[in-house]
Design a binder for this molecule. Structure first.
Ligand code: HEM
Length: 415
């Protein structure tokens, strides 16, 4: 690939653009939960549109372009120009899926008297483009000795492919009209959870290790092994407790224990490695939030605490600690390490507004005493949800103008 094109990461700009659209949709949802949605939009469709664009248009291409940024150094090879095509297609398909989900959700669209599952078709195009990226990555790294970042990215991409089997599984279960809710829920969570806990988390950890090698090799090795062994069954813990047979849930509990243990060990290994760089806008805040996610995840192991979490609405809080706190803040730190401070203007404001957003979700959970909650909590969460969106709009606008003026500022700084 023409390297200068990847050094000026338009894919990064496009991914930020997707964050802005998906984040605004999330804020719309927050205001919609208070006073209804405009223009006949449905809450469920808007929620699907928000989460799919965050997954497909923000995190996935951002991770992909960051991995690609480090590959030439780790493999000592130049890159195929096809990476750029595939990442461009992924952004395009993500936006297409967004439009379809907001309009139709998972329901088929009526066109000329025919019922077409347009949102599912758009999501399928995304999945096919991920496979193309995984193939290019395989070609680019074939025969290269596996260092830790490469091992994490290998595993991340394998989990992405495994997760996509869940997406195919959802279609098969609905086509075969299997009535048992276990199967439809299992396939949905196979997709959602392996995608976020596997692809997102492992790929982000690989980005940290690409810049901050572990100082204690043995502990790092064990952390990596435990996560990878436990992950394949982790999704079963996200299913309603009553749906999973006791034996299977015990195995999933063991998987959850391994993943949480592996994550905590990996964080302990990374902490001294990252502490010297970046200050409070470096890796420490995302790693603290990953610790919180791992501890909350431990609570899902026992059926009794998992039931409590289900009843007390912890899911949205847990998801955003992971996806906003660790993954989104982590992507921005990784971009700064790959392309320099100039690629993430307003970074510190993002940290502040994301922490505020996470705090604003606490009163909506069962952690918060009932006597202190009320409509004000929903109003506060709605107003605070605008913070990260505004910061990312400013980041995007600044970057668009700065990129034109000072291209060289965006070239990789590490090496
Ligand atoms: C500005 C930032 C964000 C805002 C304002 C926001 C807002 C919301 C809201 C209001 C909900 C629905 C809550 C409910 O049903 O009670 C939600 C759900 C969700 N969000 Fe976000 N969110 C943000 C960032 C993110 C990010 C960065 C990701 C992923 C990378 C994400 C993924 C999800 C997922 C997976 C769900 C659950 C969807 C479902 O249950 O179908 N969100 N978000």
């Amino acid at each position: 690939m023409d390297e200068s094109r990847i050094k000026i990461p338009w894919v990064w700009l496009a991914a930020i653009g997707c964050f802005v659209i998906a984040g605004s949709t999330g804020s719309l949802l927050r205001f919609g939960l208070l006073s209804g949605l405009p223009a006949g939009l449905g809450l469920v469709n808007v929620r699907h549109a928000h989460s799919h664009l965050m997954y497909f248009g923000w995190v996935t291409p951002a991770l992909m372009v960051l991995i690609v940024a480090w590959l030439p150094r780790l493999t000592a090879r130049s890159l195929s120009a096809r990476f750029l095509w595939v990442m461009g297609a992924i952004i395009g398909f993500a936006l297409l899926a967004y439009v379809m989900f907001i309009q139709y959700g998972y329901q088929p669209a009526e066109l000329d008297g025919r019922r077409l599952p347009l949102s599912v078709l758009a999501a399928t195009l995304n999945v096919l483009a991920w496979y193309a990226y995984a193939y290019l990555y395989y070609r680019a790294t074939r025969g290269v000795p596996r260092t830790r970042p490469l091992r994490f990215w290998d595993a991340a991409l394998i989990f992405m492919i495994l997760a996509s089997l869940g997406a195919w599984g959802v279609a098969v279960v609905s086509r075969l009209q299997i009535a048992d809710p276990f199967w439809s829920q299992a396939m949905t969570h196979l997709f959602l959870d392996l995608f976020s806990e596997g692809w997102f988390v492992l790929a982000t950890l690989g980005l940290i290790f690409a810049v901050h090698p572990a100082q204690t090799e043995k502990a790092a090795h064990w952390g990596e092994q435990l996560i990878v062994i436990g992950l394949p069954v982790l999704f079963l813990l996200a299913l309603p407790v009553g749906l999973v047979p006791a034996g299977l849930r015990a195995i999933a509990g063991l998987g959850g224990l391994l993943v949480a243990g592996g994550l905590l060990l990996t964080i302990a290994v990374l902490w001294p490695a990252v502490s010297g760089s970046g200050g409070w806008t470096g890796w420490r805040v995302p790693l603290v939030l990953l610790t919180l996610k791992a501890v909350l995840g431990l609570g899902m192991i026992l059926p009794v605490t998992a039931r409590w979490a289900e009843l007390n609405g912890l899911r949205i809080f847990y998801l955003h600690v992971l996806l906003m706190g660790f993954v989104t803040l982590g992507l921005v730190v990784a971009a700064r390490e790959a392309w320099g401070r100039a690629s993430v203007p307003g970074h510190r404001w993002l940290v502040i507004t994301v922490l505020a957003l996470l705090l604003s979700l606490v009163p909506l959970t069962g952690f918060w005493p009932n006597a202190w909650s009320g409509r004000w909590a929903l109003q506060a969460a709605a107003v605070v949800s605008l913070g990260p969106v505004i910061v990312m709009v400013v980041m995007l606008v600044t970057l668009i103008f700065r990129e034109v003026r000072t291209e060289s500022e965006l070239t990789p700084v590490a090496d």
